[in-house]
Design a protein around this ligand. Structure first.
Ligand SMILES: C[S@@+](CC[C@H](N)C(=O)[O-])C[C@H]1O[C@@H](n2cnc3c(N)ncnc32)[C@H](O)[C@@H]1O
Length: 231
């Protein structure tokens, strides 16, 4: 299997060195928006109609989204999959019930048709979208729902200027917060390389056969959530 460029970025950004500080970093660095975005994902899951549900969280990291979904209203069973073993160890501290898998989202070690939902937050810039969309289709049950969330590069010129200033300052702060220096230096580049992901992902999901494809932009176009249903 040919590895996507994003694989190298992911290995460079996430490690045992920064697993302990990830949760507070993502909250502060997004000015609390991460919580709002994950609440939106939880709302889509809640409306999806599977109760109780079986959820696969791709690139679950330290389990922020997994534990939110597990604690949601539908008594979900959650499987958290991630490339970075030390992040999964943090996820395990949040919930003993969550099932952990240390693997890549591009080759899912599951049989077909076992999940009601496949969700992910901040994964798409590190993977080949089509490969993950096809794998998501395979592991979803009939009527199952896929939800992808990630940052987007804003189109509005004024917001773009603020966005660039923000990443400039983030880059500088990497000099002080050494464990995050690689990510702070290159995150904007990785996000911009993948700027069309909401459109590409929506098209790709339709091509594979997903229906009810929906794309919502949030926080002045700096983040998007794409969801779809397997017929
Ligand atoms: C920014 S963190 C997001 C963690 C979590 N989803 C959240 O919202 O807090 C990105 C995660 O993607 C994981 N990752 C990157 N590429 C991956 C891949 N190909 N397969 C599985 N996980 C991957 C990294 O290990 C890291 O934990």
């Amino acid at each position: 299997m040919k590895l996507h460029d994003g694989y190298a970025y992911a290995q460079y950004f996430f490690s045992a060195n920064n697993a302990a500080t990830y949760d507070s970093l993502v909250s502060y660095a997004t000015f609390g928006q991460d919580k709002m975005w994950k609440n939106q994902i939880a709302k889509i899951v809640d409306k999806g109609g599977f109760k109780p549900s079986v959820i696969l969280d791709l690139a679950a990291g330290t389990g922020i989204l997994s534990s939110k979904l597990e604690a949601g209203s539908d008594a979900a069973s959650v499987c958290s999959l991630d490339l970075t073993f030390d992040y999964l160890k943090k996820a395990k501290e949040k919930s003993r019930q969550i099932f952990l898998v240390n693997s890549t989202a591009e080759l899912l070690p599951f049989q077909a048709g076992i999940f009601d939902y496949v969700v992910s937050s901040y994964l798409l810039k590190y993977i080949d979208i089509e490969t993950v969309a096809v794998e998501s289709w395979r592991v979803l049950k009939q009527h199952g729902i896929v939800i992808f969330h990630d940052f987007t590069c804003p189109n509005n010129q004024v917001i773009q200027k603020i966005w660039r200033l923000y990443f400039y300052l983030l880059n500088l702060s990497g000099k002080l917060i050494k464990e995050w220096e690689p990510a702070f230096q290159l995150l904007d580049e990785v996000i911009c390389k993948n700027r069309l992901w909401p459109i590409d992902t929506s098209q790709c999901l339709r091509k594979i056969g997903f229906i009810e494809v929906s794309c919502q932009y949030h926080t002045l176009g700096t983040s998007a959530i794409v969801s779809a249903r397997k017929p």
